[in-house]
Write a protein that binds this ligand. Structure first.
Ligand code: PMP
Ligand code: GLU
Length: 420
């Protein structure tokens, strides 16, 4: 029997209402105030529509479409057979931390001893550890926009206050040292950015980084999270880290991992290189939240970091070809403003020329409306720029095959042409 509230006598309704209210109020404020990750939400929606039989092309989730290389998968199988099945040291196995220390030296010419390294369950946890360890309630964290979705939510979880610095497609989504200086107040505790950037693909040059570093170095209590997870997907020739400047290295925490460079998103391995006292704090935080991350994944990550550059060099060549294809097709769509991203696997076109337009049924007010319109009209899913702090843009990930990209962007072009 289907129960409708109208069929229930009043006393039952009262009890139901009381319980519903109680259940709702049992959630803590920190979770009700937390937004769902929009990248993950959009990917989930695409999957659900696909399951309902809709022909959906998902360009929403930022995840390599390559399978983890075989030597890495083999090392994981070996780890299982050798009995690496126990709890691991909180900060990670010694051999993995040594491999990371060597990676910093060989690839970045940076000195981080193993006790300055903490391995976590993805770079996402690395960032959460640092923010929770360094930011007090009410302290400000400067976030250049557009930014990766999770930064702001983690800052709010720590009861910190995100302070945004805007950029736009015309400035290649870069901020200047002057903008940075203006945003700093006595309450500023941290600056967080990614280069190569998710969602814009922007890569800061060495001299631009030095300009930012000179400003930040004037404030010794200000710490910098340098998110370098897209290090190996960089088309500018050489990855530059803000930690390379000696005058600021003690203020920098590098975040990196194997998710993007080695196509290992599901293995959940991220890490930091940091001043020792910050590494110790993250170790303590992680010791209460998750303990050391998966033993099998750590062995796989060690193999990845010891396996040379061949895999990511080949992957980067493929991404570069796709970038050129996507940028060319997007530039061919009237109304879109596109920069040429120098890294990662995203393009972040400005779509504001479509605001106020309609297909006769739907009027597009903002980037979220445009994403929903494209999803409904042509079955291509992308993520609204609102999630990344720029409501004029949408993000698409080109970590998929050339054929799919051509099909998706042909459809997008046709759908956008219907708007007037
Ligand atoms: N930082 C940025 C900029 C990212 O795009 C991602 C990918 N989700 C992460 C951090 C987290 O990566 P991981 O898979 O290692 O948690
Ligand atoms: N980095 C990816 C993205 O931005 C993965 C999703 C996430 O972790 O939020 O799409």
């Amino acid at each position: 029997m289907k129960l409708s509230s109208r069929s229930l006598p009043e006393p039952f309704l009262l009890v139901l209402r009381f319980n519903f209210k109680n259940i709702m109020s049992r959630l803590a404020d920190r979770i009700t105030h937390l937004s769902e990750s929009q990248t993950i939400a959009m990917a989930k929606l695409s999957r659900e529509l696909q399951e309902q039989g809709r022909d959906i092309i998902s360009l929403s989730l930022g995840e390599p479409d390559f399978v983890t290389p075989e030597n890495i998968r083999e090392s994981a199988k070996k780890a299982i057979d050798e009995g690496f099945t126990f709890y691991t040291p909180i900060a990670g196995f010694a051999d993995l931390r040594k491999a990371i220390s060597d990676k910093f030296k060989n690839e970045n010419n940076l000195d981080y001893a193993p006790d300055q390294i903490v391995v976590s369950t993805g770079a996402k946890q690395s960032i959460a550890n640092i923010i929770l360890s360094l930011v007090n309630p009410g302290e400000e964290v400067i976030v250049p926009a557009p930014y990766w979705v999770s930064y702001t939510q983690m800052i709010k979880l720590a009861e910190g206050v995100p302070v945004y610095i805007d950029s736009n497609v015309e400035s290649d989504y870069k901020i200047t040292s002057e903008q940075l200086r203006k945003a700093i107040t006595p309450k500023t505790r941290m600056f967080i950015f990614s280069s190569p950037c998710n969602p814009s693909g922007t890569v800061y040059t060495k001299s631009e980084l030095e300009g930012l570093a000179r400003v930040l170095a004037e404030y010794k209590e200000l710490y910098i999270i340098s998110d370098e997870i897209y290090e190996h997907i960089n088309f500018s020739g050489k990855h530059e880290s803000i930690a390379q400047f000696d005058f600021i290295k003690d203020q920098v925490i590098i975040v990196n991992g194997v998710s993007k460079g080695y196509a290992m998103t599901g293995w959940r391995i991220g890490y930091i290189g940091a001043p020792k006292w910050i590494a110790q704090a993250c170790d303590k935080m992680q010791g209460q939240f998750t303990s050391g991350t998966s033993s099998i994944s750590q062995k796989a990550a060690t193999a990845a970091l010891r396996s040379g550059t061949e895999f990511y060099d080949a992957m980067r060549t493929t991404y570069l070809r796709r970038r050129d294809l996507v940028v060319k097709m997007l530039k061919d769509i009237p109304g879109l403003k596109v920069n040429v991203p120098m890294g990662a696997f995203y393009v972040f076109p400005d779509v504001s020329a479509f605001f106020g337009k309609t297909d006769g049924h739907t009027t597009i007010q903002n980037a979220t409306d445009l994403c929903m319109y494209l999803l409904n009209d042509c079955g291509v899913s992308m993520v609204t720029g609102e999630a990344f702090g720029d409501p004029r843009c949408i993000r698409l990930s080109y970590a998929t095959s050339d054929e799919i990209l051509v099909k998706a962007l042909t459809r997008v072009k046709e759908s956008l042409a219907k708007l007037h």
